[in-house]
Ligand binder design. Structure first.
Ligand code: GLY
Ligand code: MN
Ligand code: MN
Length: 510
């Protein structure tokens, strides 16, 4: 049946009988799932015993307990709510793959995709807190969820771990998520327990908490928790440093696979995608996924700092800037950039620009020592960048004037910062206070990037023609040590002659 010309079609009426059907229910109009009693009885019966639990305590457990203790000491007598967050809609009825909030991962050690909607709560108890992890328990196969819930059902997304299994893995007491609202409300009220929740992690739960606590100061309380959780991650513990080493190692392998794929990239109309997908395939195969969208920027595209469209050609004679990181199963990520000559050899002018960036990076490494300020690392890199630009005749003022806060002319060619903390998030610790971050003092255990660059756009009339269309960034991941620092990504060549030799070796199949 088709609507006739005289009757306007009403999109809220079903075509079959003209009755109104809420839009939210329309998704099931394509469903042919049987719902007879006979079917329900049949599908929920006849299943064997579940396999015995193979869960064992995670290596992260003692470390997450220490992290929770540090958080506990900051908020005596308060209830702290740290949600994993829920599934996020990608479009219509499809979700993104789940990834828990980084604060939740940091305090529980849980990664991967097993715990949407889970919530860690630190309940005030005695001198400290009692941690309880609220989770959806494994649903029995006698429930309709088992076979009919496309978001959570075992038939659709797999069986969840049991509460006992998660308790074994994390070393944290677990409880059914259904108890959460009641237990959040316990002793809250005028003059009672103060509740804070990580803002932005789970908006539905924030509403529940707001209903319970009814305070005007909610925003301030929650910001204080977010700040503390960010600052808790500024210094990595031994377990985290091991995770970072692994993320870097997997990322370096990804760069090797990119070099092997370069001949294929050159042949493809969207060679940048060949690079992106080569790296991303490696990240999925050897880790959890990428820590951020891979940047594969050939030629002029390298002057767009976050070029992730990656639909351009990769041409011999040009450079290709690749900024990529593998996020491993524990959700820690590397963040590494190399700028490679597509045909394996830098031209003289490419090498000149590259060397300036490398010298800036080396100066930053020399500044990245315990006791220095985070901002000194950037300042050291900028001194080199400004001096080199002056040598090339590009600065309209002296190096000193450019480096002064009133000048900053050199930043036209490097508008981004030199460093950011790195860990569970690529831009880790982002809610830390300025005095703890930019003005903070470097300590052993801090992990951050050093990533100077120079970017000359092809229509930049202030640079000689030979520089136009060249973008170079070199990014390494640095661990501050008691003696100075360690370049965690040092195994990936940086010097131009080493990059050329490394590429040649890989392409010879060695
Ligand atoms: N990959 C993003 C950054 O380097 O900060
Ligand atoms: Mn970075
Ligand atoms: Mn990067």
């Amino acid at each position: 049946m088709t609507p006739d010309d005289t009757t306007p079609t009403d999109p809220t009426r079903s075509a079959a009988d003209g009755s109104a059907q809420p839009l939210a229910e329309r998704g099931s109009n394509r469903s042919q799932r049987p719902d007879s009693k006979a079917f329900r009885e049949f599908i929920t019966s006849g299943w064997g015993e579940r396999a015995p639990s193979a869960a064992s305590p995670s290596a992260a457990a003692p470390f997450t307990a220490a992290r929770r203790a540090r958080l506990s000491a900051l908020f005596p007598g308060e209830r702290l709510v740290i949600p994993a967050g829920g599934l996020k809609v990608r479009s219509n009825d499809t979700d993104y793959r789940f990834r828990p909030h980084s604060a939740f991962a940091h305090l529980t050690g849980l990664g991967k995709d097993e715990e949407p909607d889970a919530v860690l709560v630190l309940h005030p108890e005695g001198e400290g807190h009692r941690a309880v992890l609220y989770l959806r328990p494994l649903a029995s196969r006698e429930t309709t969820e088992f076979y009919s819930d496309a978001r959570y059902g075992e038939f659709w997304v797999g069986a969840r771990p049991t509460l006992e299994e998660i308790a074994t893995v994390t070393g944290i007491e677990t409880a059914d998520l259904a108890r959460l609202a009641d237990e959040l409300a316990k002793d809250v009220g005028y003059g009672g327990v103060r509740v804070r929740i990580v803002p932005g992690a789970d908006t539905a739960l924030e509403e529940v908490v707001d209903e319970i606590r009814r305070t005007e100061a909610a925003g301030e309380l929650d910001a204080g928790l977010a700040e503390a959780l960010s600052e808790l991650r500024l210094v990595k513990d031994e377990h985290e440093v091991a995770q970072m080493r692994e993320a870097v190692a997997r990322t370096i392998e990804g760069f090797e696979s990119i070099v092997r794929a370069l001949p294929r990239a050159v042949e493809h109309a969207r060679g940048e995608r060949v690079i992106e997908t080569t790296f991303d395939a490696h990240a999925r195969l050897e880790g959890n996924t990428v820590g951020y969208e891979t940047i594969a920027a050939a030629g002029e595209h390298a002057t767009t700092l976050h070029w992730i469209r990656n639909d351009g050609q990769v041409r011999p004679g040009e450079l290709v800037l690749v900024d990529a990181g593998v996020e491993i199963e524990s959700l820690y990520t590397a963040d590494i950039t190399r700028t490679l000559p597509v045909d394996g050899t830098f031209t003289e002018v490419q090498r000149r620009v590259y060397q300036a960036v490398l010298d800036a990076a080396d100066a930053a490494f020399r500044a990245a020592v315990p006791g220095a300020r985070f901002r000194d690392v950037h300042a050291a890199a900028m001194e080199v960048i400004a001096a080199r630009l002056a040598e090339w005749g590009l600065l309209p003022v002296s190096v000193e004037e450019a480096l002064s806060p009133e000048g900053q002319h050199h930043r036209r060619w490097m508008v981004h910062g030199t460093s950011h903390h790195l860990g569970l998030d690529v831009h880790d610790c982002a809610q830390a206070r300025r005095e703890m971050y930019l003005d903070g003092i470097l300590e052993p255990g801090m992990v951050f990037t050093i990533e100077p660059g120079l970017y000359f756009k092809s229509d930049d009339l202030l640079v000689p023609e030979e520089y136009r269309g060249i973008g170079v960034r070199i990014e390494d991941d640095v661990l501050v040590t008691p003696q100075g620092n360690e370049n965690l990504s040092a195994a990936l060549p940086r010097r131009p002659e080493d990059v050329e030799a490394w590429m040649a070796k890989i392409q010879r199949g060695e």
